[in-house]
Design a protein around this ligand. Structure first.
Ligand code: ZN
Length: 50
């Protein structure tokens, strides 16, 4: 069982506000402008090993 955090690129579905979050350590954020849950657009697995 791995305890790896994954960087994901999230985006507001209503605007181009994007953010990088680390799951499962962090929750998917809400857009600060629209207060809607942002969607995952890309997984940014950089292949880091901790
Ligand atoms: Zn937005």
């Amino acid at each position: 069982m791995r305890d790896k955090v994954e960087a994901v690129h999230v985006k507001c579905p209503m605007c181009d506000h994007t953010q990088i979050v680390y799951i499962p350590k962090e929750q998917i954020p809400r857009c600060p402008v629209h207060d809607v849950r942002m969607i995952i657009v890309e997984l940014l697995d950089e292949g880091k090993s901790y």
